[in-house]
Design a protein around this ligand. Structure first.
Ligand SMILES: Cc1cc2nc3c(=O)[nH]c(=O)nc-3n(C[C@H](O)[C@H](O)[C@H](O)COP(=O)(O)OP(=O)(O)OC[C@H]3O[C@@H](n4cnc5c(N)ncnc54)[C@H](O)[C@@H]3O)c2cc1C
Length: 378
């Protein structure tokens, strides 16, 4: 007989969901982690597991494994439309294809004791007396009701859990379109992570991230605010082609060959962050719009929000209190620990639509290396 009840159900086994499940399982909580995909699965991304997630990977005993599969780039270089460059050394961030890295994180959650169901599609929540009491899911051809004391929605940018809770936000000034494809033949080979707010590309940016261990392919990605994109005649692929043809930073990609198709996705930035809890439920990562708003790093934010969600869930289980007030302890944690940095990056992001303002921001950051590492990590 298939089990139907856990203390916590986590929906989505990306970095956010796997971290929440791993944290809870490590504390002896009975947790089910479900994902609609079979892993390893693709996730369009520039494949940067940023430095702010590293401590969690270390605590969960998985950092070395990620590093073996990935690449620790020496530094990050960012440039503005007038080619002002800021850069900082990287100590703990790494690149790793998401289909590999996310699988490692999911396997680690299982190793720590989480039960993992893949190809399990959550299509509704169980709500009783105004409190979330589980999920409705399709698994192995059967429609099932799976019950829990808490549901953690980590189901990504199109979060069905957020929609069902009435917490889904879609402000086109705070949501971004991002895409990526892999290229072979970068010359000279790329070693740093590069993010270019290039004049030919304004108001978006191009991100180049290296994969020396995977045939030295380069992940070339783009990010642009959704409102600017849909209001314009811009085409992301054409913009990248122009960057490669015209920018001094695109020169090294001129002889490179595209070796994968372009994949794009919706990126909900923290510019629209709001309530991410309800009675019996918490939202982490993209489901809760935790993506940092400037260079759109969302992996580390998903991991960090998952830490606070797991801690909140542990407190609620200890107290036997799953009310909205109890879940609001989650907001206290992420607002105190994450919001100042997210707001600082939002402050930079709003200047991105105006090249002159962005140049001034970069010039100011260049004078303040401490601010750079506070905001971007190292
Ligand atoms: C092109 C692009 C480049 C990016 N580059 C970077 C980068 O380099 N570094 C960075 O930090 N961030 C980057 N981001 C953002 C980053 O990808 C996300 O912020 C991050 O993946 C969020 O993690 P998550 O765990 O919240 O969600 P996800 O990684 O999206 O995982 C959600 C999981 O939920 C599952 N799921 C969804 N719906 C259901 C359902 N109904 N039932 C069951 N399972 C479900 C999905 O299959 C998925 O596995 C980029 C985004 C894009 C689009």
């Amino acid at each position: 007989m298939m089990r139907r009840e856990w203390e916590v159900i986590v929906v989505g086994a990306g970095p956010g969901g796997s971290t929440a499940a791993a944290r809870l399982a490590a504390e002896g909580v009975e947790v089910l982690l479900v994902d609609k995909e079979r892993f390893p699965r693709e996730k369009p991304c520039s494949d940067i597991y940023g430095p702010f997630g590293a401590r969690t990977y270390e605590e969960l005993g998985v950092y070395e494994r990620l590093l073996e599969a990935g690449y620790r780039y020496p530094s990050v270089v960012l440039t503005s439309p007038d080619y002002t460059a800021i850069s900082g050394p990287n100590h703990k961030g790494l690149t790793c294809p998401r289909r590999i890295g996310d699988n490692i994180l999911k396997e680690n959650a299982a190793r720590l004791g989480a039960e993992v169901w893949e190809e399990c599609w959550v299509h509704d929540l169980v709500v009783e007396d105004g409190r979330v009491r589980g999920v409705k899911a399709k698994y192995q051809g059967e429609f099932l009701e799976l019950r829990s004391k808490i549901v953690i929605g980590a189901d990504g940018s199109h979060s069905w859990v957020a929609k069902r809770l009435g917490l889904f936000r879609d402000d086109y000034e705070q949501v971004y379109l991002a895409g990526r494809a892999y290229f072979k033949g970068c010359n000279p080979p790329l070693r740093d992570v590069e993010v270019h707010y290039d004049p030919g590309f304004t108001p978006g940016f191009v991100c180049l991230s290296p994969h020396p261990g995977y045939g030295d392919v380069v992940n070339m990605g783009v990010g642009i605010q959704m409102k600017l994109y849909v209001d314009s005649q811009l085409n992301a692929e054409e913009m990248v082609a122009r960057f490669v043809a015209e920018s001094p930073h695109g020169e090294k990609m001129r002889g490179a060959t595209q070796v994968s198709r372009w994949m794009g996705w919706r990126v909900p930035s923290a510019g629209q962050i709001g309530r991410n809890h309800a009675a019996g439920a918490l939202l982490v990562g993209d489901a809760g719009s935790f993506v940092e708003p400037f260079i759109l790093e969302g992996v580390a934010s998903a991991v960090r929000s998952a830490n606070y969600a797991a801690r909140t869930a542990l407190e609620a289980l200890r107290d036997g209190d799953f009310s909205e007030e109890s879940m609001a302890r989650y907001a206290e944690k992420w607002e105190a620990k994450m919001l100042p940095q997210l707001r600082a990056l939002q402050g930079i992001a709003v200047t991105a639509a105006d090249p002159k303002a962005l140049n001034r921001t970069f010039q100011a950051l260049k004078e303040d290396p401490e601010a750079v590492s506070r905001v971007f990590g190292g």
